[in-house]
Design a protein around this ligand. Structure first.
Ligand SMILES: *[C@@H]1O[C@H](CO)[C@@H](O)[C@H](O)[C@H]1NC(C)=O
Ligand SMILES: *[C@@H]1O[C@H](CO)[C@@H](O)[C@H](O)[C@H]1NC(C)=O
Ligand SMILES: *[C@@H]1O[C@H](CO)[C@@H](O)[C@H](O)[C@H]1NC(C)=O
Ligand SMILES: *[C@@H]1O[C@H](CO)[C@@H](O)[C@H](O)[C@H]1NC(C)=O
Length: 241
C-alpha cells in the first residue's frame, strides 16, 4: 500500500489524502506528523550523510548572509545563529498551483525578502539561491498533500563551501539550487558538485513575526503551511520511503 501511495504522490495526482500526519498504531508510524503555521524555519536535512561537512550541518537552520544593501545569500547555522522566519506568499490558489513565493521579512521597517533562483552562474545546472529585497521567484514553496513530506520545492538543493567576494573571499556554507539532468539510461544525473552536500529543507513551525505599523511587508497573503513542530526530533529510520 505505502509504495503505491507514494508513487501516486510523485506523479502529482491531486486527491484528498489522509497520508500526511497519519500515525497508524496498527502498523507503526507512516510519515512524520505535521502541524500548520503561517511562519516556519527551514531546517537542513543532509540526504547523503557521507557528504556532510565537519562540523555536521544536519538540522542546521537556514539563515542569511548579508552581501550588500538589500542583498543576501542563504546560509545555514545553529538555532542560535539568527535563523530566518519564512512564509508562503500568494493567494490560496497561487500557492495551491505552485505559483506562490517564499518570503522572509527583513530590515527596519520590515520589508519582504523573497527566495529567488536566478539562472545559473557558472555551470548551467548550479545556481546560487538569493534572499534579496523584493518578491522572489514564483514557483517556490512547500510540498503538501498528497506528498507525504513537507519540504521546499523545486528540488534539488545543496549546501556548498564557497568563497564570497563581498567578504574578500572568506568561505561560507551557502545554499545552491541544482537542476538534475536525465541520463540516456533513464536515470538522472544529480549534478551536485563535489564540494557540496545535497540537502532537503524541511519547514519547522514557528510564529510568524508581527509587523509594526509602517512596515513595508504585508501578511495579508501569508498562507498557512504544513510544517513540523521539531524537525531534529524526527527519526527518519522509522518511516517508509
Ligand atoms: C533526511 O536525512 C536522513 C539522513 O541523511 C535520511 O536518511 C532521510 O532519508 C532524509 N529524509 C528525507 C525525507 O529525505
Ligand atoms: C504576496 O502575494 C500577493 C497575492 O498574489 C501579491 O499581491 C503580493 O505582491 C505578494 N507580496 C510580495 C512581497 O510579493
Ligand atoms: C571551507 O573551505 C575552506 C577553504 O578550503 C576551509 O578552510 C574550511 O574549513 C571549509 N569549511 C568547512 C565547513 O568545511
Ligand atoms: C527538538 O528536539 C531536540 C531533540 O529531540 C531538542 O534537543 C530540541 O531542543 C527541540 N527543539 C525545539 C525547538 O523544541
Amino acid at each position: 500500500m505505502i509504495p503505491i501511495a507514494f508513487t501516486l504522490s510523485l506523479l502529482g495526482i491531486a486527491a484528498a489524502s489522509p497520508l500526511v500526519g497519519r500515525q497508524s498504531s496498527d502498523h507503526g508510524p507512516r510519515f512524520p506528523q505535521q502541524s500548520t503555521s503561517k511562519g516556519f524555519y527551514l531546517v537542513v536535512n543532509v540526504t547523503d550523510p557521507s557528504r556532510d561537512f565537519t562540523p555536521s550541518i544536519q538540522n542546521n537552520y537556514i539563515n542569511s548572509i548579508h552581501v550588500g544593501a538589500g542583498l543576501a545569500l542563504v546560509g545555514a547555522g545553529s538555532a542560535a545563529n539568527n535563523p530566518r522566519v519564512f512564509y508562503q506568499n500568494g493567494t490560496a490558489s497561487e500557492v495551491h498551483y505552485r505559483q506562490g513565493t517564499v518570503i522572509s521579512d527583513g530590515g527596519l521597517p520590515p520589508a519582504p525578502y523573497g527566495v529567488s533562483l536566478p539562472a545559473g552562474e557558472g555551470s548551467g545546472e548550479v545556481s546560487t539561491v538569493h534572499l534579496n529585497g523584493g518578491p522572489g521567484t514564483k514557483g517556490i514553496g512547500l510540498t503538501r498533500v498528497p506528498e507525504p513530506y513537507a519540504f521546499l520545492y523545486p528540488e534539488t538543493y545543496a549546501v556548498c563551501n564557497e568563497s564570497v567576494a563581498y567578504y574578500r573571499g572568506k568561505h561560507f556554507l551557502i545554499l545552491k539550487h541544482i537542476k538534475t539532468t536525465p541520463r540516456p539510461d533513464g536515470t538522472v544525473e544529480h549534478n551536485v558538485p563535489k564540494e557540496c552536500a545535497p540537502v532537503r529543507l524541511f519547514p519547522e513551525c514557528t510564529e510568524l513575526n508581527k509587523l509594526p505599523s509602517g512596515a513595508i511587508s504585508s501578511h495579508e497573503f501569508a498562507q498557512e503551511s504544513g510544517c513540523y513542530n521539531n524537525v531534529s526530533s524526527i527519526d527518519w529510520k522509522t518511516y517508509i520511503f
